[in-house]
Design a binder for this molecule. Structure first.
Ligand SMILES: Cc1cc2nc3c(=O)[nH]c(=O)nc-3n(C[C@H](O)[C@H](O)[C@H](O)COP(=O)(O)OP(=O)(O)OC[C@H]3O[C@@H](n4cnc5c(N)ncnc54)[C@H](O)[C@@H]3O)c2cc1C
Ligand code: SF4
Length: 508
């Protein structure tokens, strides 16, 4: 039986604690290690991911201007993660909040996919209605109003499992390789298929299901966008393993590296899951799938500014361990910390620039700069790896070879571990071990999923950004600039109305 997250006793979520309680007693079909999980909230492996989302609510209490807004629908204060961006400043503030949350959690706090999904849908549904006389935009606004009333978490489910990557959805041997409409009734549609790598899906209240790529007419049944409650009947979640994840089930607090916060991904399988008409925001309109995917990735690729916040933590950890090892004054150590900072701020700079150089869409909702967002994400596919490499350099081999917490606390050998793992006199061995474990956590362990692999593939693998950068780079315009200065072409011939990226660059 599906439990509706909006039952009569549902209250608006304000604090992290309210949020954690809102996740209790749900009737979810979740598998982890081959077993069904009855209560996610108290599961030691899942809880750190819930804590990371809870921090988004607590930050909104501590710093309301940064992490909350007044809802235009309800007039009440809600999370900034639920806000439709109506100015470049709104997008910049999203980035600042993301950096702060990266700093506070050292991991993925899971709410940006949903935020970027409904922001892209806001303008796309407006333009679909304009073209086809549909009513998707008002449905979306009504959905958002409900999310605002309860201050819910919305997840974004885009990436299909995709089967043979060389084939379109309708060409796959198994039609379920992409989520599609399996059945229609007067009241709505039923969808089947599976989405992979879904960030924070179990920690959300609703999911926005969207197509993952450009679609053709033969893929019409795959052109479906709708909102489903996480508890919807017919959904099975299979929890994703993360490197070193079972350390949180060992009972200690050191070997986990970051004992409080973690990320979450799961595979989501839809078996005839119902979406009522009022929460369908695209149905068969395949010609708008690429617009949706492109706008979503534009927002999401600059959301990866989150990694600069996580990077701040790793740079801090590297500086701390250098001090604990007594090498902080060495010139190469200082230079490596400068290099890490240079890389980290490059990520931030391109992300925040993409937001500053945003522009209005027809709906009034702002969209960030496509070129700069792709450049930001492309940096993110590389720079965190280099920052991680330098952190491991400063950490020394112990990052990967340290004895366990149980040995550290052992009544007999513990004293030996403490003696031989001691660094500089003013720091305890436990402090040094904790710092090394944090570096391990972020570069090899649980939060390396968010800091490294998610940086590589989230919002699209590196080649996806290169394709977008290639499309937008205006090479002919640049060739003309060179020809004029080389004396091959008259300056007058080169003057033409600026378009695309350079129109945005030179907009005054
Ligand atoms: C930690 C994490 C969290 C994520 N969170 C979310 C989320 O919340 N929601 C969501 O919707 N998605 C999420 N994603 C999914 C992410 O968008 C995908 O991982 C990404 O788009 C790549 O898809 P894939 O993993 O299927 O890789 P693949 O498609 O298998 O790509 C592997 C390689 O093959 C190449 N390739 C793929 N197809 C082709 C082709 N047709 N031609 C040539 N080369 C090709 C790619 O460029 C890449 O180099 C997440 C991913 C990760 C790792
Ligand atoms: S990887 Fe970053 S942008 Fe994506 S959901 Fe996590 S915190 Fe947000």
């Amino acid at each position: 039986m599906t439990k509706n997250p909006m039952s009569a006793d549902t209250k608006k979520i304000v604090s992290g604690e309210d949020y954690i309680n809102s996740l209790r007693n749900r009737d979810l079909n979740i598998y982890l290690f081959g077993e069904q999980i009855k209560e996610v909230v108290d599961h030691p492996m899942i809880r750190p991911s819930i804590n990371a989302v809870a921090e988004t609510y607590d930050l909104a209490i501590r710093e309301p201007e940064l992490a909350s807004v007044i809802s235009p629908f309800t007039g009440k204060r809600i999370s900034r993660f639920l806000h439709v961006v109506m100015s470049a400043h709104d997008m910049v503030l999203q980035n600042k909040m993301q950096r702060k949350l990266g700093q506070n959690t050292g991991t993925c706090f899971q709410r940006c996919v949903g935020m970027d999904a409904f922001n892209s849908l806001y303008s796309v549904t407006f333009e679909m209605d304009e073209a086809n006389n549909t009513t998707y935009h008002s449905r979306l606004k009504s959905f958002l109003k409900t999310m605002h009333e309860f201050n819910f978490v919305v997840g974004g489910a885009m990436t299909d499992v995709k089967g043979d990557r060389s084939l379109a959805p309708h060409q796959q041997e198994d039609p379920d390789m992409f989520v599609h409409i399996a059945k229609r009734t007067k009241e709505g549609v039923y969808i089947s298929g599976a989405k992979a790598h879904q960030t924070g899906c179990i920690n959300s209240h609703y999911m926005l299901v969207m197509p993952t790529m450009r679609l053709g007419e033969a893929d019409k049944d795959y052109a479906i966008v709708g909102a489903v409650p996480v508890e919807a009947k017919g959904i099975t979640y299979i929890y994703g393993r993360q490197s070193c994840d079972t350390r949180s089930m060992e009972g200690g607090s050191i070997d986990t590296g970051n004992n409080t916060y973690g990320g979450q991904e799961a595979m989501v399988i839809f078996d005839n899951v119902f979406i009522p008409n009022e929460w369908i925001f695209m149905d068969g309109d395949y010609e708008f799938a690429s617009m949706l995917v492109e706008r979503f990735t534009t927002y999401h690729r600059r959301s990866y500014v989150c990694k600069s916040g996580v990077g701040d933590v790793l740079i801090g950890a590297a500086a701390n361990i250098a001090e604990m090892n007594g090498v902080e004054k060495a010139s190469h150590i200082k230079d490596k910390l400068v290099q890490m900072t240079h890389l980290n701020e490059t990520i931030y700079a391109t992300g925040i620039a993409a937001s500053y150089q945003g522009h209005s869409t027809k709906s009034g909702c702002y969209l960030c700069d496509d070129m700069l967002a792709n450049v930001c994400k492309h940096h993110v596919t590389k720079m965190p790896y280099e920052i991680g490499r330098l952190a491991q350099d400063l950490g020394g081999g112990l990052v990967a070879t340290m004895p366990s917490e149980k040995d550290l606390n052992h009544p007999e050998i513990g004293v030996l571990v403490k003696k031989y793992l001691k660094g500089k006199a003013e720091f305890t061995t436990v402090e040094r071990v904790r710092m090394l474990r944090l570096i391990e956590n972020m570069t090899l362990g649980r939060n390396a999923v968010g800091y490294l692999t998610e940086s590589m593939h989230g919002a699209g693998s590196p080649q996806a950004q290169r394709i977008q950068i290639g499309r937008a780079m205006q090479l002919e315009y640049k060739k003309r600039l060179a020809k004029v200065l080389a004396g091959i072409q008259d300056a007058d011939d080169a003057v033409e109305e600026l378009s695309g990226y350079f129109k945005r660059v030179f907009a005054l």
